[in-house]
Design a protein around this ligand. Structure first.
Ligand code: A4P
Ligand code: MG
Length: 184
């Protein structure tokens, strides 16, 4: 259900009236009906106040990275334009994570999760805050982030890193499948 605030984000009176920045958000899930969870989370992100959805990738299935044995992940990336400040957006994303009953051992880094939303890029900003590091420190090593980003914005150059195409070419190999719409 839409609320009036969100309608503003779609009728031209929202973020376009203010300075906006392009933000890439990575979505991941490996507990429950992950494809449905990621699709619903994309819709929830599209309805965050002061945000406009500009692009979304397909869903991808990949082997879990990290030391904890766990199920495959379903990942996707969206691009939004927003006039929110980075920490305000992070709070909105965490509220969506909590709405999906994210429930896991907080001490277990890189463990399984119902829904994980990471800010990958926020305009051309470099942020190194106790709550937020942008660009996401691992993004350039992660095919499950780079391939979906390439799908949305193949020409993007990330200052300090290089073009997305270059990064995807040099990222470590990962067993990964792009899911077609009938699986998504
Ligand atoms: N935080 C700092 N920077 C950011 C950012 N750029 N975006 C802080 C979002 N949050 C950021 O996050 C812990 C704290 O990080 C937050 O409170 C926020 O203030 P978290 O999501 O609770 O912790 P986490 O996800 O366990 O840790 P981390 O290091 O963010 O893990 P990642 O990088 O999210 O990796 N394998 C596959 N195939 N696909 C996956 O999606 N994901 C992970 C998790 C591991 N292996 C995976 C995948
Ligand atoms: Mg995370």
């Amino acid at each position: 259900m839409r609320n009036p605030q969100n309608e503003n984000a779609h009728d031209g009176a929202g973020p376009d009236a203010m300075a906006t920045e392009a933000v890439f958000i990575g979505l991941g899930s490996n507990i429950g009906d992950s494809s449905t969870i990621v699709e619903q989370a994309i819709d929830a992100v599209a309805h965050i106040r002061e945000c406009r959805l500009r692009g979304r990738s397909s869903l991808y299935r990949s082997a879990a990275l990290g030391d904890v044995p766990q199920d495959d992940y379903i990942n996707a990336v969206v691009r939004i334009d927003t006039s929110l400040q980075p920490l305000a957006l992070l709070l909105e994303l965490q509220a969506i994570e909590h709405a999906y009953y994210r429930n896991r051992d907080e001490k277990e880094r890189w463990g399984p999760r119902t829904l994980d939303l990471d800010i990958i890029l926020f305009g051309d900003r470099n942020i190194d805050d106790s709550h937020l590091v942008v660009p996401h420190p691992e993004f350039a090593k992660r095919r499950f982030v780079l391939e979906p980003m390439l799908e949305i914005d193949g020409d993007r150059f990330v200052p300090g890193y290089g073009s997305l195409g270059y990064l995807a070419e040099h990222a470590p190999a990962l067993s990964m499948t792009r899911l077609d719409k009938s699986h998504g």
